[in-house]
Design a protein around this ligand. Structure first.
Ligand code: OAD
Length: 238
């Protein structure tokens, strides 16, 4: 049975690498991007999530991110985040997340690589200094205390590369793991979507948990179709 197989793989794994996407935070009440009613159904990516959009209308972009900061600050980690933190307590594990909400860390996970940045960090457009010290609702517009230039969300936007340090850690973890799990991502955004191929090519098993099949489903050893908050806790206990 799939559940038994997945439990055994997790129990016996010494180096676990987990890739997560917006679906893992859906049961915390946060919108995903591409599901019906998702963020990209209600906003145009090119108006709120590109460097050009920020240059053109930083107020609009900041209003979008303030809304997301408010929602994320009210959200609580759900049983899927908590299950991952529990698994991490017993083994060498890295979470590569595309999420910017900070819910893995709030659930207690320590080894988290935020591939697409963080809602809770602002970056100076001039000196690149990072500012974490802002109210949930950022004043529009926010400025750097050092150089007085505009602060932007420290988020990787469309058309921008990932931070070299994040991609290095992600490739290292994907290359060294003995089990890879991919949870709640449509696997449509690269380079994150290609990370599960690194272990799969070495014959390392990949477990997928998602509400619907994805293009990754065909390379997985086990594929669970359902809610992460219901399935993940079951994989922890016999
Ligand atoms: P998507 O919205 O593209 O995909 C979310 C996936 O989660 C879908 O396949 C859903 O079926 C699945 N899902 C929804 N609820 C679920 C649940 N309760 N349990 C399990 N699965 C569930 O989100 P991402 O793949 O994370 O980038 O999107 C990747 C990137 O695209 C994001 O990081 C963001 C976006 O543009 C940036 O903003 C840079």
């Amino acid at each position: 049975m799939d559940i038994e197989k997945a439990r055994k793989l997790i129990r016996e794994s010494a180096n676990l690498c987990v890739l997560t996407g917006a679906g893992i935070s859906a049961e915390s009440g946060l919108s995903t991007f591409r599901d019906s009613g998702g963020l990209w159904n209600n906003y145009h990516v090119e108006q709120v999530a590109t460097p050009e959009a920020f240059r053109k209308d930083p107020r609009l972009v900041w209003r979008f991110y303030n809304e997301r900061r408010k929602n994320a600050s009210k959200a609580e980690p759900n049983p899927a985040h908590i299950a991952l933190a529990e698994i991490e307590a017993g083994k060498n594990m890295v979470i590569l997340t595309q999420n910017v909400d900070g819910l893995h860390q709030r659930a207690g996970s320590k080894n988290v690589v935020e591939l697409h940045g963080s809602l809770w960090k602002l970056r100076c457009t001039e000196c690149s200094g990072i500012c974490r010290d802002m109210p949930v609702e950022v004043p529009i517009l926010p400025y750097c205390v050092k150089c007085k230039e505009l602060l932007r969300p420290d988020i990787v936007w469309f058309g921008e590369p990932l931070q070299p340090d994040s991609i290095r850690k992600a490739e290292e973890a994907s290359g060294n793991c003995d089990l890879f799990m991919v949870i709640g991502t449509s696997a449509r955004v690269y380079p994150a979507a290609a990370l599960p191929l690194i272990p799969a090519r070495r014959g390392v098993p990949v477990i997928e948990i998602n509400k619907e099949p994805t293009q990754l489903s065909e390379i997985t050893a086990v594929s669970f179709i359902g809610k992460a908050g219901e399935i993940l806790p079951k994989l922890l206990r016999d």
